[in-house]
Design a binder for this molecule. Structure first.
Ligand code: HEM
Length: 177
């Protein structure tokens, strides 16, 4: 969410994708829609690159002093040359074929995260819903926190309000029966 708010062009592109491919004004996004939202998936992948569950993966450090593309790298430095322009938030990088294979946020091989499918769908649905959320970043746990904790208020789409009102009506009707 921090990355989306700081990169409004990415946020707008994601909204546009949901509007054109799903037509969210009429109904809620559901799990079957997620494969159609490739840009949203790229945003999730890009976010996992920026904020990986670092303590879970083994760090790789330079074993001796070296020079990479003109930069002096001291010994014991964590170096990654996997991504081009690594400090820019660019979900578009995952549009390149096989780029997603470089993502190791869920680990690799036999010990890789068995919950990755569930996690990706849950994050995708949460982001696509645009629920009314009052969000404050929790700096506990094992994620990489922002230097300044993130706070934001998301505005719900009219369809979300209609959905809740209808749900409330159904519950009241059920109680009255
Ligand atoms: C964005 C969310 C998640 C991320 C980034 C993540 C990441 C990881 C990573 C990096 C590992 C270690 C892989 C390795 O040792 O190489 C792992 C292991 C594991 N994860 Fe996840 N995970 C997520 C969500 C979940 C969910 C939702 C579940 C369960 C429903 C889950 C269940 C597990 C289990 C059981 C292991 C241990 C696997 C083993 O040791 O054999 N994870 N996860």
């Amino acid at each position: 969410m921090t990355k989306l708010l700081n990169n409004p062009e990415v946020l707008n592109k994601a909204k546009e994708e949901i509007d054109t491919r799903i037509g969210i004004q009429d109904r809620l996004v559901d799990e079957q829609d997620l494969p159609k939202l490739s840009y949203l998936q790229n945003i999730i992948n890009e976010t996992l690159c920026f904020y990986p569950p670092a303590p879970l993966l083994l760090p790789h450090e330079s074993s001796k002093v070296c020079t990479i593309e003109g930069y002096h790298i001291p010994r014991d430095t964590i170096v990654s040359t996997l991504w081009s322009d690594p400090t820019s938030f660019m979900p578009e990088r995952f549009e390149k074929e096989r780029e997603v294979n470089k993502l190791i946020a869920f680990g690799l091989g036999r010990k890789a995260c068995p919950g990755s499918g569930l996690a990706q769908r849950t994050v995708g649905l949460t982001m696509a819903f645009e629920e009314k959320l009052d969000m404050v970043e929790d700096n506990g746990g094992i994620i990489l926190p922002n230097l300044i904790p993130f706070q934001a208020m998301c505005k719900a789409l009219p369809i979300i309000n209609d959905f809740h009102n209808n749900k409330k009506k159904t519950i009241v009707n059920d109680i009255m029966k």
